[in-house]
Design a binder for this molecule. Structure first.
Ligand code: GLY
Length: 370
């Protein structure tokens, strides 16, 4: 795979449609020009509007001339009403089929804007510019779009490849520590899916202020996005191989659901970090993953993310959340992506609730809760 240095003036294009650069306004103008200077619409939420838009408007002539569409922040606003409001603004301003929608923001914006763009006049072009680490490494890449519906997350959506993704670390210097760590858990997941070298590089990189340096992050981010892109390329519509990207997520979704129920929501990436520890424990039990890797990851997660306290009284509750997960086919066993070795995921591994409870016990020991 061809890669160019991210430190150069020119944006480096390391795969079709994914551009890594810290010169975002120039990259937007160049992209819009390559598309033949179509009418441009920029979707952002109220936070991006306040913190990112002034800079882009000042430095990108395409953004300065664009029509801005503002949506509410927060996952609870990733809904039909917000989608319909975007369609209406496109329609009221006579957006044509050759218009381009630029989604500037986190996962909410690319999910919502991606779906709006895929459906408006049967599809207009879309460019994603993620402004959070979590969106850069996950939601903005891979073409998944969705809204929540009928109380279910991401219930309605389509797969729709963006025309381009412009990935930059220039927006991350002001991200709160918790948001940086939350996004970084997805990079660690990609490291586990790739190789011990990538994993070790990630575990030794400092994502904690004041040592955190957004310029230095560019190289590890670039590698990480390309790991995801490799899985996506092999199974765009998520029928089999792409399930590997669910590593850590079956447990994470149960932790998040439990957190919501007890009104103490956990950031997605923190749940993923704890979910990775739990699923590596299961990988050791079911597939013989080296327990040195499990211990190394548990120590890293405990130091940086702390420990989510899985007390024995909530074991059954967490298992119920996992059992209700749409990916499960049997009422008894739960489906996981596990690892035989670093870089060797095994999808669709069924694990019984008794084995999961044993994994919870081991987690308590490794995370110094017992
Ligand atoms: N977030 C996992 C995927 O894009 O498939």
């Amino acid at each position: 795979m061809e890669t160019n240095s991210s430190q150069t003036q020119q944006p480096s294009i390391v795969a079709p449609r994914i551009v890594f650069t810290n010169h975002v306004p120039e990259a937007i103008d160049s992209m819009v020009e390559q598309l033949g200077n179509p009418p441009v619409y920029v979707l952002m939420d109220v936070n991006t509007q306040a913190f990112v838009m002034p800079l882009l408007q000042a430095q990108s002539s395409a953004v300065a001339k664009a029509t801005a569409i503002i949506t509410k922040a927060g996952d609870m606003n990733k809904n039909l009403e917000a989608l319909s409001a975007i369609w209406k603004q496109l329609s009221d301003s006579n957006a044509s089929r050759n218009s381009v929608l630029i989604n500037v923001g986190g996962g909410l914006v690319s999910d919502l804007g991606g779906l709006a763009a895929a459906t408006y006049k049967r599809g207009i072009k879309v460019i994603n510019i993620p402004t959070t680490l979590l969106a850069a490494v996950d939601a903005s890449v891979g073409g998944k779009t969705a809204i929540n519906f009928n109380g279910i997350k991401n219930q309605i959506g389509v797969f729709n490849e963006p025309e381009a993704v412009i990935v930059s670390t220039m927006f991350f210097n002001t991200l709160p520590q918790q948001q940086l760590l939350s996004g970084y858990a997805e990079l660690i997941k990609h490291g586990l899916l790739d190789s011990t070298e990538t994993l070790d590089e990630l575990l030794s990189f400092s994502v904690v202020y004041p040592r955190f340096n957004s310029e230095a992050l560019m190289k590890v981010l670039e590698d990480s996005v390309m790991i995801k892109a490799r899985y996506v390329r092999q199974d765009f519509t998520d029928r089999n191989l792409r399930h590997a990207l669910n590593l850590g997520h079956t447990m994470a979704h149960a932790i998040e659901a439990y957190g919501m129920e007890v009104l103490s929501p956990e950031p997605h990436g923190y749940a993923v970090a704890w979910g990775l520890v739990l699923e590596l424990i299961l990988s050791q039990m079911e597939l013989g993953l080296d327990d040195g890797i499990v211990k190394k990851l548990a120590d890293y997660v405990l130091t940086n993310y702390g420990a989510f306290d899985i007390i024995p009284q909530i074991y059954d509750k967490l298992i119920d959340f996992m059992r209700n997960d749409k990916k499960n086919t049997s009422p008894d066993d739960i489906n996981f992506t596990l690892l035989r070795r670093v870089g060797e995921p095994v999808i669709d591994c069924s694990v019984s609730s008794d084995r999961i409870k044993t994994a919870f016990d081991t987690y308590r020991t490794l995370m110094k809760l017992a």
